[in-house]
Design a protein around this ligand. Structure first.
Ligand code: GLV
Length: 321
């Protein structure tokens, strides 16, 4: 039987589904392997179900010379050197579609938390500082009626736009390729260039893939173009924002607040973020609802089955062909 390795804990049903076809070894204790331990764990695998936290590069691939498919349990795949995989004829897959609505829900939550200071308010209350209610207490910025600037307007961006319409937000978007007029009309969304988006938006929300081209898409220059009472939300990937520049902007109140689910070099993040009250921080959990994570793990498993058990093309093929 072909051997499948799963690098992080998954749900029982994922293993049961894979065990009907393969010899499956999964890290069900969810041990945080050192790199050398991970490399020895994947030895002998023909298929590997990775998590978005696994760095798949030449060193990783060398440790599993029989591997034919890397099934990433995430829609993003910037943890994988896809060129290195392609050169070796290894298929890379991801999990698009099943997490769109869940991530869009989370984007709204992070946006509202940052605009209305929910994290800061809870810290204030828990630390026993709340003595009375008064007019100027914890004043935030409105979400309803605000202009939302979406950078990235794929499935998740559009799911966010649908929700934002319910909040009476005005929606502008910027993306590499403009969507059809029908979609724009349906979602009340107007295409604008990057500068206009930064200058007009009350909330700039990032939901674009990370690549060399999008590295530091938001840096000092872009932050300086944003409105003084605006909010930046990043639920896409660390590295799209220059965290150092963002910390400076938050510290000097050149923007109102930020909501972040991702960081440069995560899981490490700058300790300076922790000192700031005007930033809401979460540990890359945009897709973390139980049903969505179950669906993501199962999608990765289905890709493994399609390729290694059925000899078919995978459902979610990432390598350029
Ligand atoms: C999560 O960040 C994902 O890419 O699925």
């Amino acid at each position: 039987m072909k051997k499948i390795i799963i690098t992080r804990e998954v749900f029982d049903e994922t293993i049961e589904c894979l065990e009907a076809h393969f010899d499956v070894v999964s890290n069900q204790e969810d041990r945080l392997f050192r790199r050398d331990e991970l490399l020895s764990f994947i030895s002998g695998a023909e298929g590997i179900q990775t998590s978005g936290g696994d760095k798949v590069n030449d060193e990783f691939l060398d440790a599993a010379p029989q591997v034919k498919i890397i099934a990433n349990t995430a829609v993003g795949f910037n943890n994988i050197d896809v060129d290195a995989c392609s050169q070796r004829g290894i298929i890379v897959t991801n999990t698009p579609g099943v997490l769109d609505e869940c991530v869009a829900d989370y984007a709204m939550g992070l946006m509202i938390s940052a605009c209305r200071r929910i994290g800061e308010a809870e810290r204030f209350l828990r630390s026993g500082q709340w003595k009375t209610i008064y007019l100027k207490q914890m004043l935030g910025v409105d979400v309803h009626g605000a202009t939302l600037g979406l950078v990235g307007f794929g499935r998740i961006g559009q799911a966010i736009a649908r929700r934002a319409n319910g909040f009476g937000m005005r929606i502008v978007y910027h993306t590499r390729s403009r969507v059809s007029e029908d979609i724009e009309k349906d979602l009340n969304a107007t295409y604008v260039d990057k500068s206009h988006l930064l200058q007009e938006s009350d909330v700039v929300l990032l939901i674009l893939p990370y690549s060399k081209e999008t590295h530091h898409f938001i840096g000092e220059r872009e932050l300086a173009q944003m409105k003084r009472r605006s909010v930046l939300v990043n639920i896409a990937r660390g590295g799209i924002v220059d965290d150092k520049a963002l910390i400076a902007a938050l510290k000097s109140n050149s923007i109102f607040a930020a909501g972040l689910d991702v960081y440069e070099g995560e899981p490490a993040l700058s300790a300076k973020f922790l000192e700031l009250d005007n930033v809401v921080l979460s540990p890359h959990i945009g897709s973390a609802s139980e049903s969505t994570r179950r669906a993501m793990a199962m999608t990765a498993a289905k890709n493994l089955i399609a390729v290694l058990a059925n000899g078919q093309a995978p459902l979610n093929w990432v390598n350029p062909r």
